[in-house]
Design a protein around this ligand. Structure first.
Ligand code: SER
Length: 312
């Protein structure tokens, strides 16, 4: 896995190692890994833009499947589109090329709700629909989907992709996305009982709790290739606005208060779907989420309060 120390990688690596054995899952990233990842199995520093190093690792460790999680997210991508291009487009190109040349068994690269744009229907966005994103990040995700699918039909590379919605997690913080508010709000609710949202109160976006993110990823990796008619899949678990999540947190922390100061990320959010139709994933590989807003909020507060040592 690349990007193993990111928001998704940190928890996905742990789940994969618990399932397939620590020594079978190689964590790579550009930073020093967190303590927990150093104990369970091998980790190496790898920059996906270093093609020789990438190929050497894949050969030396006899890798079958790459999960390419290293990515620049939407808000950072809007501040630095050239960085998003290099990391997301060139990085994914390098990984798909390595899979073609070295004949790997499978490549999984995440896509995102950001692959959709203002001309896409915003409610119950179907799996197969117009995709004309207006964020740099979104453009890189459309490239990944299309280049991956092209490599499948042209070179028989088994490419798979999930269009993740905003992911809410209690372990690692997200790094520079538009949906980050839905994680930050929990930290601030516990620490200060107030939060200023950088999205407007009615900015509805599709979301998912980390256990469902992990489940969807492992289920798609393990899905029988013969049952898949698609390679890039919408997945979702819930949709809410900053106002909705604040009201849900208030049920547990009654004096919690939210205020709103929308910034440049509001424009990105407005270009994305408000809710997602994930029936294609449900039909082709049996996707179904476990957590809704209520269950996620309760679990997040319990986990975070334990980790931060703050009672509520
Ligand atoms: N969570 C991501 C972001 O906000 C969306 O893929 O950038």
């Amino acid at each position: 896995m690349t990007g193993s120390y990111g928001q998704i990688g940190t928890e996905l690596i742990e789940a994969l190692r618990a399932k397939y054995g620590g020594e079978n899952i190689i964590a790579t990233g550009r930073k020093k890994p967190p303590e927990i990842l150093r104990e369970d199995g091998p980790y190496y520093r790898l920059d996906v833009l270093d093609v020789d190093h990438l190929h050497n690792m894949l050969v030396d460790y006899d890798i079958d499947i790459i999960l390419h999680n290293a990515s620049v997210l939407s808000a950072v991508g809007e501040k630095n589109p050239q960085l998003a291009y290099r990391t997301n487009v060139e990085g994914s190109y390098n990984v798909l090329e390595a899979a073609r040349i070295l004949k790997l068994d499978q490549v999984m690269i995440p896509s995102s709700i950001a692959a959709f744009g203002p001309s896409t229907p915003k409610e119950n966005t179907p799996n197969d629909v117009i995709m004309r994103p207006t964020s740099a990040y979104g453009v890189t995700k459309v490239f990944i989907e299309l280049w991956g699918e092209y490599y499948t039909q042209r070179y028989d590379v088994d490419f798979r992709s999930l269009r993740y919605p905003g992911i809410i997690s209690s372990e690692a913080l997200p790094g520079g996305g538009t949906t980050d508010y839905a994680v930050e709000i929990f930290y601030e609710a516990l620490k200060n009982k107030k939060y200023t949202s950088f999205l407007a109160k009615d900015a509805m976006l599709p979301m998912m709790y980390m256990p469902d993110c992990i489940k969807s990823t492992i289920d798609l990796i393990e899905a029988d290739k013969k049952s898949l008619d698609h390679q890039s899949f919408n997945v979702t678990a819930m949709s809410f606005t900053p106002e909705d999540i604040a009201a849900e947190i208030k049920k547990h922390i009654p004096d919690f208060e939210i205020s709103y100061e929308p910034d440049f990320r509001q424009k990105i959010a407005e270009s994305w779907p408000r809710s997602i139709d994930d029936s294609t994933a449900r039909e082709e590989w049996g996707w179904s989420p476990d957590y809704d807003l209520e269950a996620m909020t309760k679990d997040m507060l319990e986990k975070l309060s334990k980790r931060l040592g703050i009672k509520y």
